[in-house]
Design a binder for this molecule. Structure first.
Ligand code: NAG
Ligand code: NAG
Ligand code: NAG
Ligand code: NAG
Ligand code: NAG
Length: 564
């Protein structure tokens, strides 16, 4: 016999506590499910360990950058922009030279929705808003901020020269030069031009945005990328134009001479390219048939060709039988990554010090994680974003419609309160309603069950789940038995088991016996035996039905509860 004295809790309080516990658990679960739908997964980026889980929950866009992944800029769901980390060259845009271990708000960018962002090695940052405005800050020794000076920019400043009335939709940075693409397919560049990466035809640095013309003059550009000191543009018809540094064959022209102006990659004749991605000195393109071509430096196997010899011509990369849908590279790293249509993520090139010369299948779900875990430096190849997704699944839509008087065509009146439902849904979901509901029913009065029980039952038909405290679950178990809803019966039993306490154990046991729930009866019986001293002192025990009490004592005696 269990002789340990236990404090007994009055029945009503016990029920209240269980109800509260139950409700708060349910709320937490719902919040988790909801935020999982649109939460940014930054778990693999070490710098985010400086943010609290609450802060991380609010993040919708983020970019980790800098020479060692020690700087980050992020935007929250309220369009607030924060920065965190070292302050190299004022690249945090906070207006001072302070590094910060706590997120600091960039007031001047708050409320502007960020469309895209890129950064150089200085670092300098180039950001475009959804309105198409461009802001720059950070390192500026080569005029890479595009405002006509070479003073470092400690706060974000809008770049407007030559971009007035232009909507910028993509940005790309090399080590020290900047490039933007406008909605009408024009490309503008500025900054360091030691190798012709500005594409203007001279090696002087370019202090303000300058449209890249020559053979791009009449072309519509749809995608841009920068390597460390080179620039690339994909045009509407799938051709690729390249300019700048070419010492490792990264321009794919079959030569190693730098190009001061855009030049079409003739070797890709007949191949329609959709996207281009540049590593430090290598290039990847993705074709409209889901194939990858690579060229340029290959000292770390970043071309994925199986050896380490540089290639100055495009070479096919065999990733997977499946079609590739995304390629990833970053101007500061020698790492390459790709994602296939079925969601497989591959990586190759420099991977945590190793040289991986063939595409290697990873366990990651996105190419971003390859850069978080394997690239040197570990920085983002793009602005990481979650798409705001307000689509509701069929299940979520139905859940929302439960007890909605606006769309309902039937009400139940229970204990003087209405519950609004939809006939067709009840008929689809429940055999009982299929047989009893008539087309002209509008109100049905219900007196066999209490309001919480009947409401929980109807809600179950919309959600597959039950929400009620364990003692009401006894009533629901009764209902489920009557309506022959076996799954609901199981859920009730589960709820009751999870809610059993010394105060309610006898009541739950009696219910289990009454509704012939043998498994539950056994469970409640075991609980009573394990807490016999306290249970036998409860009101529930005093009120116990005579036959049930006899059975209980005889069964308890058989399991040895009264031995001493
Ligand atoms: C360019 O930016 C720098 C750094 O923010 C600033 O000092 C300078 O006044 C700006 N120049 C112009 C012409 O806007
Ligand atoms: C950029 O560099 C190229 C040569 O590499 C040079 O011919 C051109 O004039 C430079 N552009 C500007 C705007 O100075
Ligand atoms: C390939 O390019 C790399 C990267 O710049 C260079 O260091 C290396 O010497 C080149 N290899 C060959 C065989 O040319
Ligand atoms: C390296 O691989 C490429 C592509 O398969 C091939 O064309 C080239 O000949 C190889 N180089 C060496 C040195 O094996
Ligand atoms: C407070 C702090 O860390 N300041 C540093 C910011 O960065 C500059 C160089 O970019 C350093 O000189 C400062 O010491």
């Amino acid at each position: 016999m269990n002789l340990l004295p236990k404090e007994s809790v009055p029945r009503s309080e016990c029920r209240l506590v269980l109800g509260i516990l139950y409700c708060s658990a349910q709320k937490a679960l719902e919040a988790t499910l909801l935020s999982a739908l649109k939460m940014l997964d930054v778990g693999k980026w070490p710098i985010f360990s400086l943010c609290s889980p609450e802060e991380i929950k609010l993040i919708r866009q983020a970019c980790v950058f800098g020479s060692a992944g020690n700087e980050v800029l992020y935007a929250t769901e309220n369009d607030e922009v924060f920065v965190l980390g070292m302050n190299c060259s004022g690249c945090l845009g906070t207006g001072d030279m302070q590094s910060t271990i706590e997120p600091r708000r960039l007031d001047s960018l708050c409320g502007k929705k960020i469309a895209c962002l890129s950064y150089g090695s200085g670092p300098h940052v180039v950001l475009a808003t959804e309105e198409g405005e461009v802001y720059t800050w950070g390192h500026n020794a080569y005029s890479q901020l595009g405002n006509g000076t070479t003073n470092h920019g400690f706060v974000p400043c809008q770049v407007s020269t030559n971009l007035v009335n232009k909507k910028v939709i993509e940005v790309a940075c090399g080590s020290h030069h900047s490039m933007v693409l406008t909605s009408d397919g024009e490309v503008y560049t500025w900054g360091y031009n030691n190798s012709g990466q500005v594409g203007s035809g001279s090696t002087a640095n370019q202090p303000i945005p300058r449209r890249v013309t020559s053979c791009l003059q009449n072309k519509i550009v749809v995608n841009i990328a920068c390597g460390q000191m080179c620039s690339m543009a994909v045009v509407e018809n799938g051709e690729v134009y390249v300019w700048g540094y070419n010492g490792n064959g990264q321009l794919g022209l079959g030569s190693s001479g730098n190009q001061p102006t855009p030049c079409r990659i003739a070797a890709l004749q007949g191949i329609r390219v959709q996207r281009v991605a540049c590593g430090y000195a290598h290039t990847l393109v993705l074709t409209d048939e889901g194939q990858i071509y690579a060229w340029g430096a290959n000292s770390y196997g970043q071309l994925g060709t199986g050896n380490k010899s540089n290639q100055s011509y495009p070479t096919t990369v065999n990733v997977d039988k499946d079609r590739v849908v995304e390629i990833a590279a970053c101007h500061s790293a020698h790492t390459s990554a790709a994602k296939t249509q079925s969601g497989q993520v591959y990586m190759w090139g420099q991977c945590r010090g190793q040289s991986v010369t063939f595409p290697h299948l990873t366990h990651f779900a996105c190419t971003d994680d390859v850069f978080a875990c394997f690239a040197t430096p570990a920085v983002m190849w793009r602005l990481l974003s979650v798409e705001p997704d307000d689509h509701l699944t069929v299940a979520q839509s139905l859940k929302k419609e439960f007890d909605n008087p606006e769309t309902a065509d039937l009400k139940f009146l229970v204990d003087g309160k209405y519950i609004h439902v939809h006939k067709v849904l009840l008929k689809i979901r429940c055999e009982h309603f299929r047989s009893i509901l008539n087309n002209d029913d509008e109100i049905i009065e219900m007196s066999e069950f209490s309001y919480p029980v009947y409401r929980a039952f109807l809600e179950y038909l919309y959600t597959d789940n039950i929400r009620l405290p364990p003692e009401d679950a006894i009533g629901l178990l009764d209902l489920a038995t009557l309506y022959r809803e076996n799954r609901l019966k199981k859920l009730c039993q589960q709820t009751i088991k999870q809610g059993i306490c010394e105060e309610n154990a006898i009541a739950l046991l009696s219910a289990a016996v009454k509704y012939e729930a043998q498994d539950l009866e056994e469970f409640c019986f075991r609980f009573c035996i394990n807490h016999l001293t306290v249970v036998t002192q409860t009101q529930g025990f005093a009120d116990m039905d005579h036959d049930l009490l006899k059975n209980f004592i005889s069964k308890a005696s058989r399991v040895g509860a009264f031995r001493n």
